[in-house]
Design a protein around this ligand. Structure first.
Ligand SMILES: Cc1cc2nc3c(=O)[nH]c(=O)nc-3n(C[C@H](O)[C@H](O)[C@H](O)COP(=O)(O)OP(=O)(O)OC[C@H]3O[C@@H](n4cnc5c(N)ncnc54)[C@H](O)[C@@H]3O)c2cc1C
Length: 381
């Protein structure tokens, strides 16, 4: 087995595999991805895979917009249909304070070329015919938002990276990171193997804190359970994703006809992946107010995944200031899928020593010590 690489990536979710692919494209293909389970076994394969550009912070909006540009051609680029559909996102406002925030958001998004706008009840009903217009006072809509199939996207990145020379080692757990004189030297695997690489990337999703600890550093991330469900397939009702930050709910009808939906709940930090009946009770109560038509629909399955949280709900990106060569691409909360493509490209550019297309330095881990949090006003709780 080969023991020396230019880059070792820990985590075979969308972030790890997309970074591997983007590195290969930059000519750095002596790389290995370690995944302790199967590809997409973490948050990626459990997520809603919604892709929205309607953000309140410039950096998030930019990462999302650039990611959409990548998503639009990704099936062709990676040689696999990732089922990316741009049916838009309808974002509901329930009070005047939210409307004021959305006015600011729309101004920012439009200044970046994101075609979002306010829609009235009539237009909201045209976009989403079964919606109960009494459940919100205003809404914004961006027609180029959408969703993709998270498994296919993850597999497509992994396969493309492999074709370009990256090695992906599944069912291979990293249990330690070798650090000497403040610089990363490689990783230790569960089977005792040592793998040497001057660059190690933490793309371990919900396990990012444990992985950072292996390199002797503490990062303020934690896992938080989020549940989600899928209904029986139905005739197509609408193409848009519907979302409410206040209620924390999001729902969409996927190409197959099923509805996929989730809702934010207050949870203690944990790696709990168990499903609960309380989730079903909570989400159906809120759902029926927004979409009364769903009362007769059967739920087929529910499951749980994990958000990798940070104190400001923004990711931690870039080289760790205390460990040379140890890069973080973690803490994506509920939006790592949608900003994954551009984030991965930017991290790859940083590793390659290139000027990144987007300045992600505000998302460095040092912001927490400096008290410069990047608080995003428009996230699902
Ligand atoms: C219910 C739910 C709904 C969501 N909905 C959306 C959405 O609509 N849109 C959106 O953009 N985002 C959404 N998200 C968030 C999104 O899923 C994540 O932000 C994103 O998938 C993060 O990708 P990742 O590659 O960082 O993490 P993961 O996909 O979790 O990948 C990390 C991988 O690292 C591996 N790993 C960890 N430790 C080790 C180790 N020591 N050795 C080897 N391998 C290791 C894990 O097995 C895992 O496969 C949702 C999340 C959940 C839970």
């Amino acid at each position: 087995m080969k023991t020396n690489y230019d880059v070792a990536i820990i985590g075979g979710g969308i972030i790890g595999c997309a970074i591997a692919y983007e590195l290969c494209k930059l000519g750095i293909n002596d790389i290995v991805v370690f995944e302790k389970s199967y590809i997409s076994s973490g948050s990626t394969g459990r997520c809603g895979a919604g892709v929205r550009q309607q953000w309140g912070l410039k950096l998030n909006a930019l990462l999302a917009k650039k990611s959409v540009e990548i998503f639009e051609n990704l099936s062709d680029e990676l040689g696999m249909d990732i089922e990316f559909r741009q049916g838009g996102y309808l974002v509901l406002a329930h009070n005047e304070k939210q409307v004021e925030q959305f006015e600011k958001n729309i101004a920012l998004q439009n200044s970046l070329g994101i075609p979002s706008r306010f829609v009235d009840h009539r237009e909201a009903k045209e976009i989403c015919p079964p919606i109960n217009t009494e459940s919100f006072i205003a809404a914004t809509y961006c027609p180029t938002d959408g969703h993709a199939n998270p498994f296919l996207t993850n597999f497509a990145y992994a396969n493309a990276a492999e074709r370009l020379g990256a090695e992906i080692r599944k069912y291979t757990e990293v249990i330690d990171i070798i650090v000497e004189n403040g610089a990363v030297k490689g990783v230790m695997l569960k089977n005792g193997e040592k793998i040497y690489a001057p660059v190690v990337v933490n793309a371990a999703g919900p396990w990012s804190k444990e992985v950072a600890k292996m390199a002797g550093v503490d990062i303020p991330t934690y896992p938080e359970r989020h549940q989600i469900l899928v209904t029986e397939p139905l005739e197509r009702m609408f193409d848009t994703m519907v979302i409410s930050f206040q209620i924390g709910i999001y729902l969409q009808q996927v190409p197959h006809g099923s509805f996929v939906m989730g809702i934010g709940e207050k949870e203690e930090p944990s790696h709990n992946y168990r499903s609960s009946w309380q989730f079903l009770e909570f989400i159906t109560g809120e759902l029926l107010n927004i979409l009364p038509v769903m009362s007769q629909v059967r739920i087929v399955r529910q499951w749980a995944g994990s958000y990798n949280r940070t104190p400001d709900a923004a990711p931690i990106l870039g080289e760790h200031p205390k460990v040379k060569g140890f890069f973080q691409a973690v803490g994506f909360s509920g939006h790592g899928f949608m900003i994954g493509p551009m984030t991965a490209r930017t991290i790859a550019q940083l590793i390659a020593g290139e000027e990144p297309e987007i300045d992600i330095s505000p998302l460095s881990v040092e912001r927490f010590e400096r008290g410069e949090l990047v608080v995003e006003p428009s996230v699902v709780g």
